[in-house]
Design a protein around this ligand. Structure first.
Ligand code: HEM
Length: 396
């Protein structure tokens, strides 16, 4: 017959697959002889669950100098039902025995993860350490960075305004992006927007949406967005690879890039520095955002989606993948907020290039002078895709 607390603990451990400490302890000796207060319990029919009042069983046992070092079995002798030693071990991250196969349930024997110190956390159980990194660093500083970027762009926009063309449009067009290039770009951009919006709401929505829409609606919304995020991720990964190979050639470093960077592209002076098809700012976004951050974001995202074969998906794998993913995606979003701004309201004519595939010669000359010169010299065809849409006037 088991005493109730041991019985409950065993039941709990069996349910969670954790059974080491109790089974490792020597069996508890029978409870002391019943006192007057416990007599009714002793009279209970054999086989039934007995209760023991812990305050009436050796209440001064804690005076023993070795009290804190007792195993669960030793504690049970002096204070039946007091399972503190077992729970202390559970809390310190001990891994016990589980009959479940390691390959299918690698963490079944471990209820609480062992101690670890993640960058920015205290030395504590890994789950708590991850929570500290997320809540004390990723959320406040990640959110602040994005707000600062949006604020800086807003200041620039309202202070200096849109980058307009200086000369009049000629009406003569140059093909800047082929239909294939635009399809690759937009597939990637649409996936990015789904990921960015769903990711931002999952991370920060509870601060600005939850108070407005309430728990039920917010729960459903984040559930929907989380699933959209998981599905858009692989689409983003594939389209990012296509975007990389589509644009890598014209993003190779070239003459004038350093000068362009040193002068900030002439953004503040108002006199744009000449560049080839893509300027050094675009090349920075390409190599920093598409290539470098792209690899980290996609790799960590695929881990979080559990799509990388052969990996063992335990809690610390997911914690590390999550922290890496959060840092890289915030940096990527910060970069692409700038890209999206310039590509839409920030620069006259830029969006038309990606929408229709064609830009005016004046736009080409003012923003990518070396590229324009090469087109005029016939080194780069002004019309690259076939057949040319009849509505486009093409001049080399
Ligand atoms: C709504 C979101 C987006 C908008 C409105 C947008 C807009 C544009 C525009 C207008 C251009 C043409 C720039 C030029 O003519 O020089 C462009 C180029 C480009 N975009 Fe986007 N874009 C968006 C999202 C993205 C995303 C998410 C990525 C990649 C992760 C991306 C990667 C590129 C690349 C690689 C180029 C070619 C120029 C370069 O290599 O820097 N875009 N985009």
């Amino acid at each position: 017959m088991q005493r109730p607390s041991r019985f409950l603990a065993a039941l709990f451990l069996a349910a969670t697959g954790w059974s080491a400490t109790v089974s490792a302890q020597p069996a508890a000796t029978p409870a002391p002889a019943p006192t007057a207060a416990t007599a009714p319990a002793a009279a209970a029919p054999a086989g039934g669950i007995q209760s023991a009042n812990i305050f009436e069983v050796k209440p001064d046992a804690s005076a023993d100098p070795k009290y804190a070092q007792q195993t669960n079995g030793e504690r049970a002798k002096v204070q039946p039902g007091n399972n503190a030693p077992m729970w202390r071990q559970v809390g310190s991250g001990v891994t016990g025995y589980s009959s479940l196969p390691k390959s299918e349930a690698p963490e079944a024997g471990n209820l609480i993860q062992p101690f670890v110190r993640y960058p920015g956390s205290l030395l504590t159980n890994a789950g708590e350490a991850w929570r500290q990194v997320r809540n004390n660093w990723l959320i406040p500083y990640g959110g602040a960075l994005l707000l600062i970027v949006v604020g800086a762009i807003a200041l620039f926009y309202f202070g200096k305004g849109r980058i307009n063309l200086h000369g009049a449009e000629t009406g003569r067009k140059i093909e800047r992006f082929t239909p294939f290039e635009r399809s690759a770009h937009w597939a990637n951009a649409i996936a990015f927007c789904i990921l960015a919006i769903s990711g931002l709401i999952m991370a920060f929505g509870k601060f600005f949406l939850l108070p407005v829409m309430g728990l039920t609606l917010f729960g459903w919304l984040t559930y929907l967005l989380k699933n959209m995020h998981n599905f858009a991720g692989p689409l983003f990964a594939v389209s990012l690879v296509i975007v990389f190979f589509t644009f890598v050639r014209d993003n190779m470093p070239s003459r004038g890039d350093i000068g362009w960077l040193l002068k900030g592209g002439g953004l503040l002076s108002g006199k744009e520095v000449p560049s080839h098809r893509f300027n050094a700012g675009e090349k920075l976004v390409f190599w920093g955002g598409v290539f470098f951050l792209g690899i980290i974001v996609v790799a960590s995202g695929l881990v979080l989606d559990k799509l990388i074969p052969g990996l063992i998906y335990v809690r610390d794998t997911m914690q590390v993948a999550h922290m890496v993913h959060a840092v890289a995606t915030v940096l990527m979003m910060a970069m692409f907020i700038g890209h999206i701004y310039i590509g839409t309201i920030g620069m006259q004519g830029a969006y038309d290039g990606m929408k229709t595939g064609y830009v005016d010669e004046t736009w080409a000359r003012e923003h990518h002078e070396y590229w324009y010169d090469d087109v005029k010299a016939g080194k780069i065809p002004a019309q690259r895709s076939e057949p040319a849409p009849p509505s486009q006037t093409v001049q080399a």
